[in-house]
Design a protein around this ligand. Structure first.
Ligand code: HEM
Length: 460
C-alpha cells in the first residue's frame, strides 16, 4: 500500500481522526463519523488503516544497527510512580556523549519513539526514551489501548518520573553532563515543563503546540495596549475612534483563531473548548469561545509581560541581588513574589458593592463604585514592614494582592508565576552582564489600572 500524505485527506476526516487519537471519541464513533468519506470503493476500515501510524514504515534505524547499542533500563522514581522503564540507545563506540531524553505522545513508548532514540544515538547522543505507562504495565503494543492506559496515570507523578529519568540519564558515566529533551505532542508539553523546572537543561525541543504564530505577537501586543487605554485610560474623542477600530480588529483576530482551531484542532486550550462544544451552539457558540480567546489573549499576556518588565526594572537597580540571581545563590520564586508585591502590573481594579458594607470604619453604600488600589495595599506598612524595600523572602510575601483576592482571584496566577520565573532564570543564565541603560525615561501606558511599561532599555 502506498503511504498517503496528510494533505491528501479531507480536513474534516483528519479532524475526526484527531479526536480519536486524543481519546475524545472512541473507535466506533470514528467509524460512524468517517462513514461519509467511504466512497468509491474505499471502506471506513481502509481509511482507518491509511490514517493510523505504521511504525514499520517510519523506522529509519534498524534495531540491530551496528553503529549503536540499545537496552531497556529501569530508573527509580520514588517521588513519582516508584520507577520508570525506558529504552536506552547510545553510540557503539565507548565515550562520553550529550544526553537527550525522548518523550512520547499520549500513548506510551511506541516503536516510533524508540526509533527516534536510535536516530539520536547514530548522531552521537546518549538517548533515553522512558515509558510513562510503566506503572500500568507499559506500552501495551497498540496505540488505542496505550491511549486508554495513559488516562489512568497521575500526570504530576508521570512528570516526576520523567524528571527522575533525565537526572538518571545525565549522571550516567557515558554522559558529558550536558543534556536536553525532545518531546512529541504530550511530550512537547513535558519538554516545556522541564524547560521551566530544570534551570540546567541545555535545550528543549517540543514538537506540536498551540502557540500563536510569531508574526502575530507584535499585533496582539499592540492591540492589548490599545485595549488598556480604551478601557482604563482617558483617550480623546479622536483616539477613541481609532482604539475602537483596533478593538474590532483584535476581536476578529480572536474569532479567526477559534475558527482555525475548529478546522484543525491542536493540543491546546482553545481546541479543547471547540472539542467540548462539539458543534453544538447550545453548549457554546464560536463567538463565545472567541470572546474567551479575546479576553485570555489580553489577561494572559499584557499582565505577565508587564510583570516581567517591572521585575527587571526593580532587580537590575539592585546589583547585589542580580549578581546573586546569576550566581544561583538567590532562589528565584521569592524574587518573583516580591516583584509582584513591589510593583504589580495590575495596580487597581474596579468593583461595585452589591450591598452596604462597612470597611475599616468607612460606610460604603450599596451600588457604590470602588477603585481597589492593589498597589497601595501591597505597600501598606501595617502589612509589610519597610514596604518600599525590595526584600525577597519576606515572611508574609504571599499576602500581597497583585492577583486580586476572593472569588475572582486571578485564574492564571500559577501560570504567571511560572512564566515570570522562567524569564528571570533564562535571562540571568544567558545575560548576566545585563544592566539598565542609564538616564532613560520610563514611559507607561496612560491609564488607571495597568502598570505597563512601554519600553525598558537594557544593555549587555
Ligand atoms: C503577573 C501576571 C498577572 C497578574 C498580576 C494578574 C492579575 C489579575 C487580577 C488583579 C485579576 C482580578 C482579580 C479580581 O477581580 O479580584 C485577574 C483576573 C483574571 N486573570 Fe489574571 N493576572 C495575571 C496573569 C494572568 C494569566 C497568565 C492569565 C491566563 C492565562 C490570567 C487570567 C485571568 C482570568 C481569567 C481572570 C478572571 C478571573 C475571574 O474573574 O474569576 N491572568 N488577574
Amino acid at each position: 500500500m502506498e503511504r498517503k500524505q496528510a494533505s491528501e485527506f479531507p480536513q474534516e476526516l483528519l479532524d475526526i481522526f484527531d479526536l480519536y487519537v486524543h481519546g475524545d471519541i472512541d473507535r466506533r464513533a470514528f467509524f460512524d463519523r468517517a462513514g461519509k468519506f467511504a466512497v468509491g470503493g474505499v471502506t471506513v476500515a481502509g481509511l482507518f488503516e491509511a490514517l493510523r501510524p505504521n511504525y514499520a514504515w517510519a523506522q529509519q534505524v534498524a534495531k540491530d544497527d551496528k553503529r549503536i547499542q540499545t537496552e531497556y533500563a529501569t530508573v527509580q522514581s520514588p517521588q513519582g510512580n516508584g520507577s520508570i522503564r525506558g529504552y536506552l540507545a547510545k553510540p557503539a563506540a565507548a565515550g562520553k556523549y550529550p544526553a537527550v531524553l525522548v518523550v512520547h505522545e499520549n500513548r506510551g513508548l511506541n516503536p516510533y519513539i524508540e526509533d527516534v532514540a536510535r536516530r539520536l544515538a547514530t548522531s552521537n547522543f546518549l538517548a533515553f526514551a522512558p515509558d510513562g505507562l510503566t506503572s500500568v504495565g507499559g506500552y501495551p503494543g497498540n496505540d488505542e489501548q496505550g491511549g486508554q492506559l495513559f488516562g489512568k496515570v497521575d500526570r504530576e507523578k508521570m512528570t516526576l518520573d520523567f524528571i527522575a529519568a533525565i537526572n538518571w540519564l545525565k549522571a550516567r558515566p557515558e554522559s558529558t553532563g550536558r543534556f536536553g529533551i525532545v518531546g512529541f505532542c504530550f511530550g512537547g508539553g513535558i519538554s516545556n515543563t522541564l524547560a521551566v523546572r530544570m534551570p540546567d537543561l541545555g535545550a528543549a525541543v517540543p514538537f506540536y503546540g498551540g502557540a500563536p504564530a510569531a508574526e502575530d505577537v507584535p499585533k496582539v501586543k499592540h492591540w492589548a495596549s490599545s485595549r488598556v487605554v480604551m478601557t482604563w485610560g482617558r483617550p480623546t474623542d479622536g483616539e477613541q475612534i481609532q482604539l475602537a477600530g483596533e478593538a474590532v480588529e483584535y476581536y476578529r483576530y480572536a474569532i479567526d483563531l477559534v475558527q482555525r482551531k475548529a478546522q484543525a484542532p491542536l493540543d491546546d486550550y482553545l481546541s479543547d473548548l471547540v472539542r467540548l462544544r462539539d458543534g453544538d451552539d447550545g453548549k457554546a457558540t464560536l463567538h463565545e469561545i472567541g470572546a474567551i480567546a479575546f479576553n485570555l489573549l489580553f489577561a494572559g499576556h499584557e499582565t505577565t509581560s508587564s510583570a516581567a518588565a517591572n521585575l527587571f526594572k526593580a532587580v537590575l537597580t539592585r546589583r547585589d541581588l542580580w549578581d546573586a540571581i546569576c550566581r544561583g545563590t538567590q532562589p528565584l520564586a521569592p524574587v518573583v513574589e516580591e516583584g509582584l508585591r513591589f510593583d504589580p502590573p495590575v495596580q487597581a481594579w474596579r468593583r461595585q458593592t452589591k450591598e452596604a458594607v462597612e470597611l475599616d470604619g468607612v460606610q460604603v453604600p450599596a451600588g457604590a463604585r470602588l477603585l481597589l488600589m492593589f498597589a497601595a495595599a501591597n505597600r501598606d506598612p501595617a502589612q509589610f514592614p519597610e514596604p518600599d524595600d525590595f526584600v525577597p523572602g519576606r515572611r508574609n510575601a504571599m499576602q500581597h494582592v497583585a492577583f486580586g483576592t476572593g472569588a475572582h482571584f486571578c485564574l492564571g496566577a500559577p501560570l504567571a508565576r511560572l512564566e515570570v520565573e522562567a524569564m528571570l532564570e533564562s535571562v540571568a543564565r544567558h545575560l548576566p552582564g545585563l544592566t539598565l541603560v542609564a538616564d532613560q525615561d520610563y514611559p507607561y501606558t496612560p491609564n488607571t489600572s495597568f502598570r505597563a511599561l512601554r519600553k525598558l532599555m537594557v544593555a549587555w
